[in-house]
Design a protein around this ligand. Structure first.
Ligand SMILES: C[S@@+](CC[C@H](N)C(=O)[O-])C[C@H]1O[C@@H](n2cnc3c(N)ncnc32)[C@H](O)[C@@H]1O
Length: 366
């Protein structure tokens, strides 16, 4: 037997069973958060203050009995408070505890987590297709995951784009900042921009710059256009339905970036090569992708467990939906990314000294 065989984490079958039971309870509670998020319950409780089930149901246009069950579930889980639990059921008043709106309502809060419930719901939406894909190897197209995955993904990253993208990530490259602030107005290519919050954040942070977003998913591009228009930057941000691996993709940009998407691509080398081409010899490419350890090891930390969860259920299947595929998945380790970048002709790969719990930042030049 190998000396490096990994230890089991759970000492007994009972411990494992307890862990799975707890995971099931948490999953159920996350889907109940999804209900409250999608039906506007949290928003209503935040905007209007404590409400009874009939009041909330009337405000949200939902069934009273179902709404009462949800309120009781939320109070049982500790997500809402109940001011008078002894009162008759329909007279009980529930409220969103002070500060919880940062987790459940505010779209740009760093601790926003309702979006996480939505992305998890989207991740399992095509579960039958996923089972079939496991057998066939054909993958599951990104479009099949639908609105919850696309919007959930966009919402999960939106706070970081609003507060960190320009302020910390791009700030770690002073020469790029100078170019993006300078004249003639800089041009930015945002590859795989999804619903466009990164492009919008860049346009707001660099008021002279123009941003072109490229993404092959039509639904995401349509949402990104609307988001840019509503954010008031529609005149400087253009969203284009296009696969960035298209060898005919042309243009001249000062800066190209791809955030949390290279690991989803069937041909990451083609996209990295295209990004290099778009910025030319003097330009910078920034790839933001998952911060995972350099090598596989059992019993990983919570971040790696999360990445593997998304990878099995979504990232790897979408990457395998086109053939041939590099079949990367969310757990794109540093050596894998370096191999792709070198194959795309990048000879200088630097990691930015930016602290982030889940992202690593690769600057490519030359
Ligand atoms: C996980 S989402 C990330 C979206 C966005 N960058 C964010 O962080 O919220 C991955 C995105 O990459 C896009 N994508 C996948 N392959 C692509 C390709 N070859 N060219 C451009 N975009 C691609 C998908 O359509 C999807 O919108």
């Amino acid at each position: 037997m190998s000396a490096t065989v990994s230890e089991t984490v759970y000492a007994t079958p009972d411990e494992l069973a307890n862990r799975m039971s707890t995971a099931g309870v948490h999953a159920l509670e996350l889907f109940c958060v999804y209900i409250g998020d999608q039906l506007g319950f949290y928003r209503a409780l935040h905007d209007r203050g404590p409400m009874s089930a009939p009041e909330l149901a009337s405000h949200a246009g939902t069934n009273q009995r179902s709404t009462r069950e949800w309120l009781e579930q939320q109070a049982t889980a500790g997500f809402l408070a109940c001011d008078n639990p002894q009162a008759p059921a329909d007279e009980r008043r529930f409220r969103l505890p002070q500060g919880y709106e940062t987790v459940l309502v505010d779209p740009e809060s760093a601790t926003q987590m309702a979006a996480f419930a939505q992305i998890v719901a989207g991740t399992v939406a095509p579960v039958q297709q996923l089972l079939a894909a496991f057998r066939s190897g054909a993958g599951v197209p990104y479009a099949a995951y639908g609105r919850d995955l696309h919007e959930g993904q966009a919402r999960v990253n939106r706070p970081a784009f609003a507060h960190l993208l320009a302020q910390e990530w791009i700030a770690a490259m002073p020469d790029v900042v100078a170019r993006l602030q300078g004249d003639p107005p800089a041009r930015i290519a945002d590859i795989g921009m999804g619903q466009g919050w990164s492009s919008i954040a860049l346009a707001k942070a660099f008021p002279k710059a123009r941003v072109d977003g490229f993404d092959p998913d039509e639904a995401s591009v349509a949402a990104a256009r609307e988001n840019a228009r509503a954010a008031g930057v529609g005149d400087r941000v253009t969203m284009i339905t296009r696969d960035a691996g298209d060898p005919e993709l042309a243009g001249r940009y000062d800066f190209a970036l791809a955030i949390e998407c290279v690991h989803d691509m069937s041909d990451p080398v083609a996209v990295l090569a295209a990004m290099r081409r778009l910025v030319g010899p003097g330009g910078t490419v920034l790839i933001v992708d998952e911060r995972v350890p350099d090598a596989f090891a059992p019993n990983g930390d919570e971040i790696e467990r999360m990445m593997y969860g998304f990878s099995v259920l979504h990232c790897l299947p979408v990457g395998m939906a086109a053939a041939p595929s590099a079949a990367t998945g969310a757990v794109m380790r540093r050596p894998t990314f370096r191999r792709y970048a070198e194959a795309a002709g990048c000879h200088r790969i630097d990691e930015l000294p930016v602290e982030h719990e889940t992202f690593r930042f690769y600057r490519l030049r030359g």
